[in-house]
Design a protein around this ligand. Structure first.
Ligand SMILES: C[S@@+](CC[C@H](N)C(=O)[O-])C[C@H]1O[C@@H](n2cnc3c(N)ncnc32)[C@H](O)[C@@H]1O
Length: 243
């Protein structure tokens, strides 16, 4: 295992140990069942997306169950775990298709390295070759600065640990896409969901692939109305929470 060098300083980086960084640095590119790529972390036995299909999962959990539920033409999305940029790129494509204007904030503490990004097959799997330049831009814009990708899409990637999020009444929709509660239980707690609740506008929606009872209960405690809805292929249920 080699040591990753994060060449930018994370704010209040105290909780992120070099052990975490080492674990996340040891990843393997995999092909999920729908043909789209993901990463596997052997040290955690965890993947970045569902093994049943990364694109399928993104479309079901975040687009169909989240994005499509928002009626406004212009709205703001917070993504918890920017990772490969898959959710961001699919959201861009949906914004174009549906004439929406999106302000997208992706939070990430452990950005992928260039050589990891360049192998990802999302552009070809989504048959979005004419937007290759957008996929590249999404990955190469500067961190912590809102950047106009085009008239319909504004992106800010925040290099930040989730527990440092302080936004209030800012987002219509949250894509909660952290690693699962088994490997990062500290991210599926009342403390984090309280931050998510505060970050949402009234009637804002949070969607996540997890349907775990303890996760649902933590959401309820902080004030969300929570429903279990049908999950993506390979998963019976997922959660949608409304402020
Ligand atoms: C399940 S993956 C996200 C997948 C991503 N949405 C995608 O489409 O590729 C979880 C992401 O959260 C990031 N992460 C894990 N712990 C974090 C933390 N405490 N703060 C910020 N990012 C974190 C990981 O580096 C990883 O990119």
């Amino acid at each position: 295992m080699s040591l990753i060098i994060i060449n930018v300083t994370l704010q209040n980086h105290d909780k992120i140990t070099s052990k975490t960084v080492n674990i996340l640095n040891n990843k393997q590119l995999i092909i999920t069942e729908d043909g789209s790529h993901s990463f596997y972390l052997p040290d955690l036995d965890e993947t970045y997306h569902s093994k049943h299909g990364a694109i399928q999962e993104a479309n079901h959990v975040f687009i169909k169950s989240g994005f499509e539920q928002i009626e406004c033409v212009e709205f703001a999305i917070l993504e918890i775990g920017f990772g490969t940029g898959l959710n961001c790129f699919i959201t861009y494509l949906e914004a174009k298709k549906n004439n929406k204007i999106i302000k997208y904030t992706g939070v990430e503490a452990f950005p992928l390295k260039e050589e990891e990004i360049e192998h990802l097959n999302y552009v070809s799997e989504l048959k979005a070759e004419k937007f290759q330049n957008i996929f590249d831009q999404i990955h190469h814009i500067e961190w912590n600065i809102e950047t106009k990708i085009d008239n319909q899409f504004y992106l800010e990637k925040q290099l930040l640990s989730f527990d440092k999020i302080q936004d209030k009444n800012k987002y219509n929709l949250i894509y909660f896409d952290a690693f699962g509660p088994r490997v990062q239980p500290e991210l599926w707690t009342e403390a984090i969901f309280k931050k998510m609740y505060q970050a949402l506008l009234p009637n804002g929606i949070l969607v996540t692939y997890s349907a775990k009872g303890s996760v649902r209960r933590a959401m309820l405690v902080v004030g969300f109305k929570v429903e279990k809805i049908s999950g993506p292929p390979g998963k019976r249920e997922m959660l949608r929470a409304v402020k």
